[in-house]
Design a binder for this molecule. Sequence first.
Ligand SMILES: [Fe+2]
Length: 187
Amino acid sequence: MAPSKFSANNIKTIKHSAMVANAARMIALRTNGIIDSDMAYMCGIFHDIGKLDLDESEKYKHPLIGYQMMIENGDKTIAEVCISHPFVTPYRTNYLECYCGNDTETLEIILDVLSTLTITPLIRLIQFCDKISGVDKYMSIEDKFEWYRNKYNTTSNLIETNFDAYMEIKKEIEEYIKDDVYKIVFN
Ligand SMILES: [Fe+2]
């Protein structure tokens, strides 16, 4: 039998995407139609599609690659989720500089697309679900950031700015669902 081309990293990406999709669907179902639950599910499934078969050193390109793949496929809404899912802060430029390093070409294309986007409740929902979803378990934003602080042994501005940004999304979602979002996902 020929060895499978399907890498362990791809399997992790797909498991994570399924977790994002399930969380996004469960939450969207509680938003009284503000967020379409089928679309939320699809966006969860595809948000990291740009990561499949990508070299570790090029992982930073995955939001853009996913965007281009989904645009080519005619799925504009999903494409916009792909490109926006890691960029939650108002300090997007700083964050992108960390993310893209010296690859100014990719940086400029991403910034260009982001500048044309309307940030919708669906985009915010996938950003949130991405952060609470691991490969095989969910974790609260609070616990996830505590994990980052321990991992990097620091409380950096970027970590804290992002923590605040994710907590803001949590607040927005809880205004739609009028409930504790963790209660819905962690049950
Ligand atoms: Fe991603």
